[in-house]
Design a protein around this ligand. Structure first.
Ligand code: SAM
Ligand code: DTB
Ligand code: SF4
Length: 325
């Protein structure tokens, strides 16, 4: 059995990433089976609780104030509205509910108190509750934990080397600090990135290397394909191919065997056959529901048909915890 390692060298990650594609898929599926049930796929739902008007300049994002994307700004939703959506997601089969806010960072104000109430409420529904709210201090992470937060999503997005060409309003170090604050508070870490931002293979390898050599691997690693948004600097980026997604997912699976690897943004354009390849390469989590944060996602019926066809089972909530208990 392969072991969990945090001392990967960049050359080792590159060797995995560059191996012949079918061999890579085979190796990834083999390791996946050693650590996880390959029939099981986690179903998560996203909700944008505060949309648009963000001060950051992330060049892929529909929600930045710097670009004219035609997005309708929406201030922080009410707690009850969010809990209704969470209940609907639960009834549709989701076990994790992730709330996203277009904030640069969390501020200690009434909006944050409202988010803490949302976290409490979703937790009480028996779902794994996740947030993605931008940068967090140690004490904010602690407050989220006390409210019942299970996981926090904060992506590295790309390599340290490529970061400045994608985002200029914050540094890679800022991301790593927030991740350390989340980990320090005992919250499950969800951290991955996006491909299709104009990065090289070396950048992809570098990002996976950074993730796989964190003091502890993230419990979930989302792999997003860029959803090119009109009005952003990346509007004309070419769509990534399934082979690029597969190579990325398989390398993440092989270097971080226990992580939930999420086939995140980009599923709408992927036929079931392509998604099946991603599951073979070790992906075991998806976002369900007809919207991601601001862009469309496959509908409930199409995903149900895919689960039926591939005979996949939705993963129950808090499974990691139960296994540890
Ligand atoms: N504002 C917070 C932040 O940036 O951390 C939380 C929300 S932000 C939208 C969450 C993540 O969604 C980003 O880090 C990025 O990885 C992903 N994302 C955003 N827009 C995307 C797009 N157009 N295509 C693919 N992934 C995207
Ligand atoms: C992640 O890695 N992908 C999700 C979630 N974490 C927050 C967001 C995808 C956003 C896609 C573009 C949009 O819908 O605005
Ligand atoms: Fe703001 Fe997050 Fe979008 Fe960047 S990715 S512009 S921080 S909402």
């Amino acid at each position: 059995m392969s072991s969990i390692r945090n001392n990967w060298t960049r050359a080792e990650v590159a060797e995995i990433y560059n191996s012949p594609l079918l061999e890579l898929i085979y190796q990834a599926q083999t390791v996946h089976r050693q650590y996880n049930n390959p029939q099981e796929v986690q179903v998560c739902t996203l909700l944008s609780i505060k949309t648009g008007g963000c001060a950051e300049d992330c060049s892929y994002c529909s929600q930045s104030v710097k670009y004219n994307t035609g997005l309708q700004v929406q201030k922080l939703l009410d707690v009850q509205e969010v809990l209704t959506k969470a209940q609907e997601a639960k009834e549709a089969g989701s076990t994790r509910f992730c709330m996203g806010a277009a904030w640069r960072e969390v501020r200690d104000n009434r909006d944050f108190d409202r988010v803490l109430d949302m976290v409490k409420g979703v937790n009480e529904l028996g779902m794994e509750v996740c947030c993605t709210l931008g940068m967090l201090t140690e004490s904010q992470a602690q407050k989220l934990k006390e409210a019942g937060l299970y996981a926090y999503n904060h992506n590295l997005d790309t390599s340290a080397e490529h970061y400045d060409s994608v985002i200029t309003t914050r540094q890679y170090e800022d991301r790593l600090n927030t991740l350390a604050n989340v980990r320090g508070a005992g919250i499950s870490v969800c951290c991955g990135g996006i491909i299709g931002l104009g990065e090289t293979d070396e950048d992809r390898i570098s990002m996976i290397h950074t993730l796989a050599t964190l003091p502890a691997h993230p419990e979930s690693v989302p792999v997003n394909a860029l959803v090119a948004i009109e009005g952003t600097p990346l509007e004309n980026q070419k769509r990534v191919s399934v082979w690029e997604m597969v190579r990325m997912i398989a390398t993440v699976r092989l270097t971080m065997p226990k992580a939930m690897v999420r086939l995140s943004a980009g599923r709408l354009e992927m036929p079931t056959s392509e998604q099946a390849l991603c599951f073979l390469a070790g992906a075991n989590s998806i976002f369900a529901g007809d919207k991601l944060l601001t862009t469309p996602n496959p509908n409930f019926n199409d995903d149900k048909a895919m689960f039926d066809l591939l005979q996949l089972q939705p993963r129950e909530s808090f499974k990691g915890e139960l296994a540890m208990a």
